[in-house]
Design a protein around this ligand. Structure first.
Ligand code: TXA
Ligand code: MG
Length: 351
């Protein structure tokens, strides 16, 4: 399949033309990759089961993993969801447009393929200007998972979308950079109190200011087992996994550095190439490995933003193993550690 690729410049008239063209393609049942403030999405018309089926095929995504839909305006939510609780309305008022997806009762206009047969649907109103223009031009709700091949780290850069999906989709739009770099916070609003199914940039603390009994699905910080089965179907799959083996070294920072250097030495003796996910504060303390800093430990948002791209960069470098420092599990750190734990398959060394 021929994929048209455009990288939009800010405030460009050409951008509007391209988004209009892409919106029309979505309306016609085609696949369009576009940026959002979280990660890039792979979009299709959520009302059109045939179009949505192509998303699953392009990504190699299991059919039982539902997609979320994207809307541009508050009025649209009522068209696709019903029995919307007061809690959900308060959350929308507070955090939309932005990196938050609400699970609501689905109306039948949304294809069952989109919701993987569930009676609920995830709805998000992104803040990205490109995403919202695209949704408006398409005139339909856009179903969009992250624009990666299933299992790989989500793309936060157009180049990564091209790598994964060139030839499998009709259009790839680039332009805005993904401000948060990790996928949206998912909140189940079909239950009371509301429950966070996937942590993201809208943190538990922020949600509790609106809904003080909100809690995080206890299964998501644990290795998925029959005992701890996450409520969001997608959270049970192996995910965010680069080709290299990922290990997390967790505990006191000084001991972490010592441990990482010790492990590196063992791998070097085995002729293995090692990548280290470090921070600005520690990056000069490592030897004999490829070191990438995610940013300063004082700026957790930059660390989140760089996480997926760094995992992919280490794949480009063809390292055999990635050793990562751990981060404190508070605020946005919960989302970072959730993604990191999953990419490591919960391979954690405590020091
Ligand atoms: O930031 C984001 O949310 C990005 C951008 C593109 O908007 N999208 C995204 O979609 O991360 P995806 O498909 O990669 O992740 C959606 C997650 C999956 O884990 C899926 O299982 C869960 O949402 N999900 C979707 N519908 C659900 C539902 N009705 N109930 C529970 N979980 C649901
Ligand atoms: Mg995804």
């Amino acid at each position: 399949m021929y994929t048209k690729i455009v990288n939009l410049n800010k405030d460009d008239i050409e951008a509007d033309k391209a988004l209009k063209e892409a919106g029309e393609l979505i309306q016609k049942g085609k696949l369009v990759v576009f940026p959002t403030e979280t990660v890039y999405g792979l979009g299709a018309n959520a009302e059109d089961g045939k179009a949505v089926t192509k998303i699953f095929e392009a990504k190699g995504r299991p059919q039982d993993n539902p997609l979320i839909i994207h809307v541009a305006d508050f009025e649209d939510v009522d068209k696709y969801a019903k029995n919307i609780s007061e809690s959900a309305k308060r959350l929308m008022q507070e955090f939309w447009p932005g990196p938050m997806t609400l699970i609501l009762e689905k109306k039948s206009i949304i294809s069952d393929v989109t919701s993987a047969g569930l009676t609920s649907v995830g709805v998000r109103m992104p803040s990205s200007r490109i995403a919202r223009k695209l949704i408006r031009y398409s005139g339909v709700p856009i179903a969009a998972p992250s624009a990666n091949i299933s299992g790989r780290p989500s793309p936060t850069d157009i180049q990564r979308c091209i790598e994964d999906l060139n030839g499998k989709v009709d259009y790839i739009i680039g332009g805005e950079n993904c401000e948060f770099g990790l996928e949206s916070t998912i909140i189940d609003c079909t239950v009371n109190p509301v429950c966070i199914l996937r942590p993201g940039a809208i943190t538990l603390e922020m949600v509790r200011k609106v809904e003080n009994n909100a809690y995080i699905d206890p299964a998501i910080m644990k290795k998925s087992t029959t005992e701890f089965k996450p409520k969001a179907p997608g959270m049970k799959y192996k995910h965010y996994a680069p080709k290299a083996d990922v290990k997390i070294i967790s505990g006191d920072l000084k001991k972490t550095i010592e441990k990482i250097n010790e492990i590196v030495q063992n791998y070097i003796d085995d002729n293995k190439k090692v990548g280290i996910m470090a921070t600005d504060e520690t990056k000069d303390k490592y030897k004999n490995a490829s070191v990438i800093s995610l940013g300063s430990r004082n700026d957790i948002y930059t660390i989140g933003k760089n996480l997926f791209e760094t995992l992919r960069e280490f794949d480009d470098q063809k390292v055999d193993v990635i050793l990562s420092e751990a981060f404190s599990e508070e605020g946005f750190g919960v989302a970072i550690m959730n993604r990191l734990n999953k990419s490591a398959g919960f391979d954690i060394i405590n020091v």
